[in-house]
Design a protein. Structure first.
Length: 484
């Protein structure tokens, strides 16, 4: 996502590093590189021209903030203008005060409309809503079946009728929603390989029949500038309230995301970041701008972790680690939770200062649901509960059986056991250093209290030596990609 654009823009500003003062020529040259980066990302020329003009007007003669270098000040302006270009702030769904809220999903065939409807239903469900899906695509073969499968995966009911009238199906779904206390109706409509009058008329008829609170246009981001043309046509005919950009995880250029709001006025509300049902995210223009400039997106990372990792399970694991009772079964459970976060490649882009690592790690399997992780799972699942609880009993005979049962080699089993043993040793070392730090802190407090009783005595104590975790956790760096 935005990989090429991000690298090109960061390279443009890297040339400004270390400059004590920026001249008009320096800014003009940097903005020229930014302009070329945006054009190569398939952003509309007029939009690029307006963007460059806005940045230059703010950058030339701007006051440099005391805590930023000149280069960082310009980057800050570019960051704000990029966010503004994509909409400024996250656009919310129009939720009706009188349920059900009706959401009409429209778009061309193959854009990911049916899958996005299921993803949105799951997202709404996790927000405490009671959604239902409506199968109003009566033309595409197996469209209804696909929606039923998606609905089953999301554990959301799907309303269907054995009639060839999409408008009537949409009307009848309102009765279904009221009868089953469903407060959100997501209507999956038919698409075409290209825009035609028949498609638009049917969508207009459905809109008139159910009066939707939200019309979401699903657009494939991989089609580039054509996405803007599609959005303009649908918006002109229906009055689109928001955009759902799919396959953004596979679009290294990102031109559609940068152009569509400025060209149509329709905000991007959601982005599809993968094939999994959980891979639908609320679009935050300000956070996306930070990611493009290599400044990370910690807020999205935290939200992603909170939504996928169970807090009670995490607390339970911490207690086990402290008590030195962490087993392979616990490791397997943690592994399965972390897998839900997605690819490490995407996570690296969210951490300030680490986005550049993605290029260096190209060719390395960074998928948390990839082959390496699946092999580890298979090996652990091939063990007995007793073996997972106590790895010391796994002798050569058992290792051979585990390798055979998991479809791996004995060397793979040995490697996993060795890595787990090293991890346990590291946990013990952390526990010891933490205990030492707590003892030193307690000792300091005790001396401080005694010193208060005796007047005139110097009670100033040295700070306790805290455990050095830098080697284990690494450095996240500052928010901006350049130091002062």
């Amino acid at each position: 996502m935005f990989e090429d654009l991000s690298q090109n823009i960061q390279e443009a500003f890297r040339k400004l590093r270390g400059r004590g003062k920026l001249t008009d020529e320096d800014i003009t040259k940097a903005l020229k590189d930014v302009r070329l980066a945006l054009l190569s990302a398939d952003v509309n020329y007029k939009i690029v021209r307006d963007f460059e003009k806005a940045v230059k007007e703010r950058a030339v003669g701007t006051e440099v903030l005391s805590n930023l270098t000149p280069a960082q000040s310009v980057i800050k302006i570019v960051d704000e203008e990029l966010a503004k270009l994509m909409g400024g702030k996250a656009a919310k769904l129009n939720i009706s005060s009188h349920p059900p809220t009706i959401i009409l999903m429209v778009g061309l065939q193959g854009s990911g409309k049916t899958t996005s409807a299921g993803k949105l239903a799951l997202l709404m469900k996790r927000q405490g809503k009671r959604p239902a899906l409506v199968a109003a695509d009566i033309y595409r073969p197996a469209a209804i079946k696909q929606l039923q499968v998606v609905g089953q995966q999301a554990d959301v009911p799907v309303f269907t009728e054995d009639i060839k009238d999409a408008v009537q199906i949409a009307k009848d779904s309102l009765t279904f929603a009221n009868k089953h206390a469903r407060d959100v109706l997501i209507i999956d409509t038919a698409g075409r390989l290209q825009i035609d009058e028949r498609l638009m008329q049917e969508l207009k008829d459905i809109k008139a029949a159910v009066n939707p609170h939200e019309i979401l246009l699903v657009v494939d981001s991989m089609i580039g500038q054509e996405a803007v043309n599609v959005a303009e046509t649908f918006h002109g005919a229906l009055g689109v309230d928001g955009i759902v950009l799919t396959k953004l995880d596979g679009d290294a250029r990102g031109g559609a995301a940068l152009s569509i709001k400025a060209a149509t006025g329709c905000p991007i509300k959601f982005v599809g970041m993968g094939e999994k049902l959980e891979a639908l995210e609320i679009f935050h223009p300000d956070r996306m701008a930070s990611r493009i400039l290599g400044m990370g997106d910690v807020l999205s990372l935290i939200e992603k972790a909170q939504s996928t990792i169970d807090a009670k399970t995490a607390e339970k694991m911490v207690k086990k680690i402290k008590a030195d009772e962490f087993t392979l079964q616990d490791f397997l459970e943690q592994l399965q939770q972390v897998k839900k976060l997605g690819s490490l490649n995407d996570l690296l882009g969210m951490v300030p200062g680490l986005s550049s690592l993605r290029k260096k790690l190209s060719g390395v399997d960074l998928d948390l649901d990839g082959k390496e992780v699946k092999h580890m799972e298979a090996i652990i699942l091939s063990m007995t509960p007793k073996e997972r609880a106590d790895t010391s009993i796994i002798d050569a005979k058992r290792r051979k059986r585990i390798a055979l049962g998991s479809g791996t080699k004995v060397a793979d089993v040995n490697k996993l056991l060795k890595q787990f043993d090293e991890m346990r040793k590291m946990m013990r070392r952390l526990k010891v250093t933490q205990t030492q730090a707590q003892q030193q802190q307690a000792s300091k407090k005790s001396k401080s209290k005694k010193g208060k009783i005796k007047k005139g005595k110097n009670t100033k104590a040295k700070m306790p030596t805290l455990p050095n975790l830098s080697g284990l956790l690494g450095s996240l760096g500052s928010k901006f990609p350049f130091g002062k």
